[in-house]
Every structure is written in structure tokens, then in C-alpha cells.
Ligand binder design. Sequence first.
Ligand code: ATP
Ligand code: MG
Length: 408
Amino acid sequence: MIKEKIFCGLDIGSQRIKVALIKTKKPSSVELLGVQEEPTRGFKKSSISDLHDLADSIHGALKGLMKTTGCRLKDIQLGIGGPLIECRYGKAAIPLVDKVSKVVTGTDLKKVNKQACLLGVKIEEEILHDFPQHYLVDDINRALNPLGLYGRKLSVTSLLVLANVNLVSNIAKAVNRAGFEVSNVFFTSYACAEVSLSKEARQKGCLLVDMGAETTGILFIKDGLLKQTDVIHLGGDHFTHRIAETLNIPFDLAEEIKISHAVVQGEVKQQEGEILIKKENGYKPVKRKVICSSIEPETEKLIAHIQNTLKLSRLSDKLQGGIVMAGGGALLPGLIEHVERAVAQPVRIGKLQIQAAAINNAAVFMPAIGLAYTGFGKSTDGFLPPAVAGGWFNNISSRITDLYEEYF
Ligand SMILES: Nc1ncnc2c1ncn2[C@@H]1O[C@H](COP(=O)(O)OP(=O)(O)OP(=O)(O)O)[C@@H](O)[C@H]1O
Ligand SMILES: [Mg+2]
């Protein structure tokens, strides 16, 4: 009997730290136990500005989560955000046998994947993920999954997701100071894709737009694999800054106004009326239209970036699974509808793919939930590529098949 396990995801965003806890026995019975958030302190513009403050806010978020779920936590699955990530291709080839051809086994795949990682990583980098894009058997047969094919040489092209070793160590140090251990480190937006996109969409080809406070990660996923990433230095806080500038008010007040009253243009009806804004010398009426048109330039910038990514990568006709938005920035009313009209592709908000009681603003917590889920995935499949990964039973049976084919 498999024991029940819990996994906790930690997403250190530039505005808020989000944590999520899942309980799991097997992939089909993953359940969200709870989520928690806390304002981020000590982490600005993708750098640790104060280790003590960062540790303190991580501690606050995890303590809150333990209190609400009644679970004791020791270790967490840490996420590293888009601006701190580097993606590039790694290539490698291995001989299968000296003389005659042999069948490609799971062991060969692991060997060639490992080789691509070793050759593709620089000394100051750590590999968070490797996504084998395709294999070549004897330089002629291109396959996503070459298991069982005959050949003498096996090559792979992998997309490597990398982060700076020292940066990861420093964030891990803050987690340790908060009283917890880091079990695994993942790319936050990729983890978000794991729980916000259906298996079918990830197979067909879809774009995830993870819009945070300072940055937006754009990920193209097809055949269940990450194919391409892009990071835009534009997030929800840029919209807030526009409102603060236009109305000449502090950022925090502008943030409140954005969340309660801003709507992306096009939703004309909702832009009518006035609101009262607190200033030093009393309350001042402001037309909602003024608030809504102040964020227009940021909306247009976001759309131009998405359109550019689609154009440069020639992705428009490969998105059978559509475009999915997640992250707090995606919650701005009217944004999804506006992006959909502008890029002429179906756009929807990410829908949690695991069992969970309804949570408010689920899009904000999807990266943290995804980190917990990816930690669970790693505990069952190790570093096997999705084409071969398939749970402990499949792994054991494929290992037996490998040994048989290796020796007979
Ligand atoms: N209901 C809402 N309506 C509009 N915007 C919202 C809403 N809720 C959150 N936001 C915006 O979402 C952003 C925060 O989202 P999120 O928590 O995903 O960012 P983050 O992870 O801290 O940032 P980053 O990923 O850039 O490091 C803020 O800009 C906030 O104003
Ligand atoms: Mg974020």
C-alpha cells in the first residue's frame, strides 16, 4: 500500500509569497489542502535585498499554511521565476554498441539525456529541468520516443532550463533560515502549466501566459513538453503605476483602486460612473473612465508582446489547445476578453486540474500549487522524460524489459 504524502510549493513572487499544500497517494488522487499568501519582503527586482526579511516572510507564509491545514511541514518545493531563468538547447550523442545494431532502451535514453545536460550546463549554472525535444537514431530516424528502435547511435536535442547556482543557494538559505528544507527547485511558470493546463491542451499545443506583478512568462507547450519560453518585463504592477501616476496618488491606494474599479477598455458599460478618492485635503471624485483609460498603454504593450511572440515563433497555427492565462495579473477584469479579440485565438483563465475546494483567485495560487504538484511528479518519475515516465509500476516493468533487451 502506498502511503499518503504531502507536498508544499513555495512561489516567491515580487509582490507576494504564495504557498500551497497538496495531499497525494497516486496521480489520480491529488487533493489541494490549502493555500496561503504573504507580502514579499527582502526580495526586489529578482534579487535578495535582505536575507533576514525574506526568511521572515517565507516563515510567515508557511506558518500560516501549517495553521490552516493542521499539517507539519519540513520541506518545500521551491520555484524560481522567469527573469532568473535561462533556457537553451543541449545536444549529445552516444554509441549504442560497437558492432551490430541494438534496441534502444530506457537506460540509453537516460544516458544520452544526462550527457546533453552535462555538455549544456555552465559551471555557475544548475539545471532545473531538461526537456528532450527529439531523438535521432543513426542520424536518420527522428523520434519523440525511440524506445524499442534498432540503431547504433542515439542523439538527443534537449531544452535545458537553468538557473544561477549561487542565486538558488541564496534563496535556499532564506528558506533554511525560515526553518525549512528545499527538496527540489523548479521553474515556477512551468510548474504552473502542470496544473493549469489540461493534459489534452498540453499535448495539442498551447500557450501559457503567467502574468505576475513585475514580469509575465510566456510558455509554449506541445507534445506534453516545454518547447519555448519568453519573459516580458511587464506585469500587473505596471498597470497600478499608471493609475498612481494619472491620479497622482500613492501606489498602495492605486492598487486598491485597480482591483476594485479598473476594467480593460471595451467593457464600456462597466466604465461608467465616478468614484471618490481620498486625498490630503478630503475626497475627490474621479471618473472611472479616467482610471480605465490610464491602463490602456500597458494593455496594448502586453498584447504587442504576445503578438510578437506568436509571430516570431510562427506559433499561431500550432495552438490547437488555445491560450491560457494565470497569475494575479490575469485577474484584471476584461483583460482575457481583450487579449482574445486582439490575437484572434481562444483565451481562457487557467482551470485547476487537481481536486480542490473552490478557492478565491485561484489564478494567483496556480504557480505555488503547480510547484507542489511537480514535486510530487518528481518523487514518482525521477528525471525520466514524459515519453517514458509513467509511475513506479511502469518504471519497474520497463527496467526489467531494458535488462532483458540489454542481455538477450
Ligand atoms: N483581482 C485582481 N484584479 C486585478 N489585478 C490583480 C488582482 N489580484 C491580483 N492582481 C495583480 O496581480 C499581481 C500580483 O500577482 P502575482 O501574485 O501572480 O505576482 P507575483 O508572483 O508576486 O509577481 P512576479 O511573478 O512578477 O514575481 C499584482 O500586480 C496585483 O495587482
Ligand atoms: Mg509570480
